[in-house]
Design a protein around this ligand. Structure first.
Ligand code: KE4
Length: 432
């Protein structure tokens, strides 16, 4: 496979944009080499500027659950754009999307539309602090909630000590009110509430982790986040930016039967255009300006083109739910990858919830960051590039989830398993 045009375009990109990208996640830093420059996509397939085609398991990091360029979504975008792309004023299209979110996400009674998942989590945290009058936010290592200053932090020295910044530009003051705990550690969470209970404004977590790679949540832990926050008057925020409309039409909260106080959404809710959202209990959402006093605003929030894409997507997921098909295809892929890795004698584990999954180069089941950190990421990089050469596009990091879309077919899955088997076989034979 040659990437001549891709290389030329990327060289120019590097002169104009830091690292040549507009998000580090797509910079291929974890797998080496240069990012591939894409030109177009349709259904389950991507095509790069050199004409190479790939089966896509990134799906733009989650949004493209229906597949790329779905006709109904594309038509909705074109029709909306013809009427004007943004007014900075209320439109009925916002009612349409807000109504779909409220109907589909069990805990959401009121919602505010924003422009990204980061804006959603940043706003939800500010709202939780404003509603409770408390400062401390609890998050979990290996969970990513966007580039929110107060969440770009690392665990403090001991388990229940407040966090320290893990990015230049994040101040000690900002990180001082964040507590980072181990995911799936119910005892650790209980101890944190003993130590900080009446100072904790909110607990925020991914109800199925996508940002350690896919990590399935211990249901006792998940329920403990609800019990303990309720006992101590703290807000439970489920970050469903990735799981929302992905692991079921009602997200992880419907799949696992847990009712958060606030939910953050992104990715699928915008149908591939920039939308985030946060919502939940009316008494909390009514604290948001102008109904209440917690400030949050945005020039392009709820713009008619993005809301048209999101509403078209959610209507299809509501009226023609693909989840049984996604479960079938996900299970087929999981089984095939297990068999291929076993046949190649490759130590591995796989985590999957519906159509989001990860093949870990780690013999242990990944339950938290301490286990995830032991993955053979170099071997993942070789696996990644071996699949690229065979026309299969995985997320460029061991610590990202891969996604099957409703546009994938059984033969796409079988082709992917075949490609993976060839790569894994060569890795096993070379011991690399
Ligand atoms: P955005 O600001 O990227 O729309 O959403 C932030 C976010 C919040 N919460 C969760 C659970 C998320 O997964 C994300 C963003 N996900 C990453 C990939 N895992 C986005 C990729 C990127 O930043 O380019």
């Amino acid at each position: 496979m040659q990437h001549t045009k891709s290389h030329a375009i990327f060289q120019k990109a590097r002169q104009m944009m830091p690292g040549g990208v507009n998000s580090p996640a797509r910079a291929f830093g974890a797998v080496g080499g240069e990012p591939i420059v894409f030109q177009q996509a349709e259904g389950a397939w991507l095509q790069d500027v050199d004409g190479n085609r790939y089966l896509d398991y990134v799906g733009s990091w989650g949004p493209m659950i229906l597949g790329h360029a779905h006709p109904a979504v594309t038509e909705a975008v074109i029709a909306a754009a013809r009427l004007g792309t943004s007014f900075g004023a209320p439109t009925e299209s916002e009612n349409e999307l807000a109504g779909l979110i409220i109907d589909l996400v069990p805990s959401v009674e009121q919602v505010r539309l924003v422009n990204s998942g980061t804006e959603a989590t940043m706003s939800a945290i500010r709202l939780a602090r404003g509603y409770t009058g408390r400062d401390v936010i609890v998050k979990f290592s290996g969970n990513y909630h966007g580039h929110v200053d107060s969440l770009l932090v690392a665990a403090g020295s001991a388990a229940a000590t407040l966090a320290v910044p893990n990015s230049p530009g994040v101040t000690e003051g900002t990180s001082r009110d964040t507590l980072v705990l181990a995911y799936n550690d119910t005892d650790g969470l209980r101890e944190a509430f003993v130590a900080y209970g009446d100072r904790i404004a909110a607990v925020i977590l991914e109800p199925v982790v996508g940002n350690m790679g896919c990590v399935v949540t211990n249901e006792a832990f998940l329920q403990a986040t609800r019990t303990l926050t309720r006992e101590h008057g703290a807000i439970l925020i489920l970050d469903e930016v990735m799981t929302g409309f992905r692991v079921g039409v009602g997200g992880a909260q419907q799949r696992f039967g847990i009712t958060p106080d606030l939910t953050t959404l992104g990715k699928i809710v915008g149908g591939g255009l920039p939308i985030g959202a946060y919502g939940g209990r009316t008494d909390i959402m009514q604290q948001v300006l102008p109904a209440g006093k917690v400030f949050q605003a945005g020039t392009l929030s709820g713009n008619p083109v993005a809301t048209a894409a999101g509403a078209a997507t959610l209507r299809i997921l509501r009226d023609h739910p693909p989840y049984e098909r996604l479960e079938h295809l996900g299970a087929r892929l999981e089984t095939g990858l297990h068999q291929a890795a076993d046949a190649a004698g490759i130590e591995h584990s796989i985590a999957r919830v519906g159509s989001m999954m990860t093949l870990f180069f780690n013999p242990l089941v990944v339950t938290d960051w301490s286990v995830a950190a032991a993955c053979d990421t170099a071997r993942f990089g070789r696996f990644f590039w071996g699949l690229i050469d065979r026309g299969v596009y995985l997320p460029c990091s061991q610590y990202e989830a891969m996604f099957v879309s409703a546009a994938h077919t059984e033969s796409d899955i079988d082709r992917t398993v075949q490609a993976a088997a060839e790569v894994l076989q060569s890795l096993g034979e070379s011991g690399s």
